[in-house]
Design a protein around this ligand. Structure first.
Ligand code: SF4
Length: 473
């Protein structure tokens, strides 16, 4: 399961803004590994340097030295809408002369196709196949004069998830959709300001965390300081997977640091699904904290039985068939000395398609584990995500197709327990009604039935369609 993107914005007249943006993007590499880009401006049309690859592969001293100015925005991309190709890298610049804006986007616009057709009919020409360019063109198409009003106009038309950084030649903006699906925070740095997807990026560049940018908020930063404009907010719908998996454990969202929240998920699993075992392991790195929580609550010793190759990232070198056949072995190596003859509790963040978990369990058994008891921090995922998480279509989601005992048998575990929704909310320790949990419940915060049917029809074998009651339109 992949998150869609990371965004950064820096307004700091006395700083090397491109370098600060680089290090903030470096801290947010986990949110997208396909491409990276930075835009800066020196009072003229924004200039962009963006390429395919990891942050450290894209930029060097030479490229950063050409990105000068007082304002920068940056982006790491994992594509959810629009294919993975150089033409779709961000930030994107649209508009002419002093009206040009650069924009970086995290999220997914549900009504992008409709807006794309409407804007194309008006004569707007699209360079990319991303919904980000739809947002950008919608903003500049607004009849309003002031840019804040133009952004407001776009916010009234857009449906879906968007946390944006946006810049003109003298102003930086941070914008968050009224549902607040993706996080966005504001920090301060020596005489300047930083906007970032997660607070860990602020920590890494020595910025002080100030506050969350609220759902429906437009923050404008310029020589006259920070100004805030609020749009009407309905039901809040922060993605609960930020707490389970996406965000870094050293980030705080809504004032809740993620590491203790994940520990509490593990403790909740120990309460809901106790078992006699010899050792507990969290699948590294996303379930490490939850493994600690299960161990502390159950009193079963914690052990490291799987070593992760932390440098497995996106690479342009394709593995040959022999290496591909090794599957998760590229990522994890088990320790027989730890596992041999042991009854193991294995804690993981989630099961989506159920393709990786059986391989991990097989690795443990081959290394000598006598029993493997699987514990999962996320409740069963039965519905796809339409807000920027590249999950799967409904027929690919194993929990939508099989009962829990069937999933247990399929993955080859001795027992399987998913944390309940109430247990998850208790661990996160925030009000239930601020979250999106649509992938567990099927209750989406905005109407998306037509989109769901279309996606299902595009991707589901015809034989499966009738099982879901989907009719051809
Ligand atoms: S559907 Fe699931 S993954 Fe998507 S935003 Fe909602 S909680 Fe997050």
């Amino acid at each position: 399961m992949h998150e869609s993107c990371a965004v950064v914005g820096v307004y700091a007249p006395n700083e090397d803004v491109a370098r600060l943006t680089f290090f903030a993007l470096f801290a947010l590499q986990h949110r997208g590994q396909e491409s990276s880009g930075i835009a800066t401006t020196e009072g003229k049309r924004p200039q962009v340097y963006a390429k395919m690859g990891l942050v450290s592969q894209v930029f060097n001293e030479d490229s950063l030295s050409h990105l000068t100015g007082e304002i920068a925005i940056g982006h790491n991309r994992y594509s959810t809408r629009g294919s993975s190709q150089i033409g779709n890298v961000q930030p994107i610049v649209v508009g002419k002369g002093s009206n040009a804006i650069a924009i970086a986007h995290n999220g997914n616009i549900v009504n992008a196709e409709y807006l794309y057709e409407e804007l194309s009919d008006q004569g707007y020409v699209f360079r990319t196949s991303t919904d980000t360019e739809v947002i950008a063109n919608l903003i500049i198409s607004s009849p309003e004069k002031d840019l804040v009003d133009k952004i407001r106009y776009a916010m009234h038309r857009l449906q879906g998830a968007y946390s944006l950084t946006l810049m003109t030649n003298y102003r930086l903006f941070g914008v968050r959709d009224p549902l607040g699906v993706r996080p966005l925070c504001l920090g301060a740095i020596d005489g300047g300001w930083v906007v970032a997807s997660e607070s860990c990026a602020l920590d890494h560049i020595g910025a002080n965390s100030i506050r969350e940018i609220e759902p429906g908020e437009i923050v404008s930063i310029s020589a006259s300081g920070v100004e805030s404009y609020r749009e009407e907010v309905g039901k809040r719908s922060l993605c609960i997977f930020e707490y389970i998996y996406f965000a870094r454990p050293d980030s705080a969202i809504n004032g809740r640091l993620l590491y203790p929240a994940r520990q509490a998920m593990g403790a909740g699993l120990a309460e809901e699904y106790p078992v006699d075992a010899d050792l507990v392991m969290g699948v590294p790195d996303s379930a490490t904290a939850a493994g600690v929580g299960y161990s502390v609550k159950s009193g079963i010793p914690l052990a490291e039985g799987l070593i992760k190759n932390r440098y497995v990232g996106r690479t342009f070198i394709e593995p040959d068939q022999r290496i591909r056949d090794l599957g998760v072995k590229l990522k994890f190596n088990p320790l027989p000395q730890v596992l041999d003859g042991k009854r193991v509790v294995l804690v993981d963040d989630s099961i989506v398609r159920g393709t990786t978990t059986p391989q991990v369990i097989r690795l443990l058994r081959r290394a000598g584990a006598k029993e493997v008891h699987m514990r999962i921090c996320a409740p069963p995922i039965r519905y796809p995500c339409f807000f920027g998480v590249d999950m799967a279509t409904r027929w690919e989601l194993i929990a939508a197709q099989k009962t829990t005992p069937e999933v247990r048998d399929f993955i080859g575990a001795d027992s399987l327990g998913y944390l309940s929704i109430d247990g998850l909310i208790k661990a996160v320790a925030l009000p239930k009604d601020i979250f999106c949990m649509a992938c567990f419940t099927g209750v989406y915060p905005i109407p998306i039935q037509i989109e769901m049917d279309k996606l299902a029809l595009e991707t589901m074998p015809t034989a499966q369609q009738s099982a879901f009651g989907i009719k051809q339109r």
